[in-house]
Design a protein around this ligand. Structure first.
Ligand code: B12
Length: 166
């Protein structure tokens, strides 16, 4: 139950803005998570395929190109078609608040804008995990359905996604 969180950091699209993705990947790794980075220029399909192959708990998409309203719904759709309802989809980059709100409503977890302290991102993901452990305590011969629940103060506080019992 206490295994490290495994997260895929992904870059989708044709742009080369990879600094944020690398900063986040390093911060999460330094915080003890297992991090896989896709590298640049992935498609939603390749991201989900890698998430399946790497058996990750969460996907974090870095997007500064302005294509977030296309990319996130497409990733969600591919995730759903592949049965990844238990994987958290989060991310960050140049995403206006109103777009982030809409994406949150569609099922994307919290999205982090430029200037966010990396500690805040580590805390968000880690605290979600604490809730997961608490909620997933087995009950009378069955396993609970653990949920990623954010204790974050802004944007999406609760996602509809579930996390598989390890
Ligand atoms: C550095 C930079 C570049 C560098 C990129 C270097 C690199 N290897 O990354 C270079 C010079 C190459 C570049 C090029 C271009 N850029 Co540029 N670039 C920037 C700039 C100034 C800073 C981005 C950055 O690195 N920030 C530092 C990192 C650490 O911050 P960050 O990525 O935002 O990450 C933070 C959060 O967003 C969040 N986060 C990000 N990703 C993730 C992922 C997860 C999982 C999580 C949880 C959180 C998270 O957490 C991080 C920590 O707080 C931005 C403007 C800006 N102020 O953001 C423009 C900007 C992104 N660029 C822009 C543009 C237009 C371009 C060009 C198209 C310009 C041109 N006409 O040539 C080209 C594209 C070239 C290409 N092939 O991609 C625009 C994009 C416009 C848009 N979205 O509508 C911006 C917004 C500038 C602007 N105001 O117009 N760029």
């Amino acid at each position: 139950m206490n295994r490290p969180i495994r997260i895929l950091i992904a870059k989708v699209g044709l742009d080369g803005h990879d600094r944020g993705a690398k900063v986040i990947a390093a911060s999460l790794r330094d915080a003890g998570m297992e991090v896989i980075y896709t590298g640049l220029r992935q498609t939603p399909e390749t991201v989900v395929q890698t998430a399946i192959q790497e058996d990750v708990d969460a996907i974090g998409v870095s997007i500064l190109s302005g294509a977030h309203n296309t990319v996130f719904p497409r990733i969600l759709s591919v995730m759903e078609s592949k049965g990844l309802e238990n994987v958290l989809l989060t991310g960050g980059g140049i995403i206006p608040d109103k777009d982030a709100d809409e994406l949150n409503k569609k099922g994307v977890a919290r999205l982090f804008p430029p200037g966010t302290e990396t500690n805040e991102i580590v805390e968000y993901i880690t605290q979600s995990r604490i809730f997961v452990v608490w909620l997933s305590r087995p009950r009378a011969g069955s396993y609970g359905r653990p949920q990623w629940i954010s204790s974050g103060r802004t944007r999406s506080a609760v996602t509809r996604r579930f996390w598989r019992c390890p």
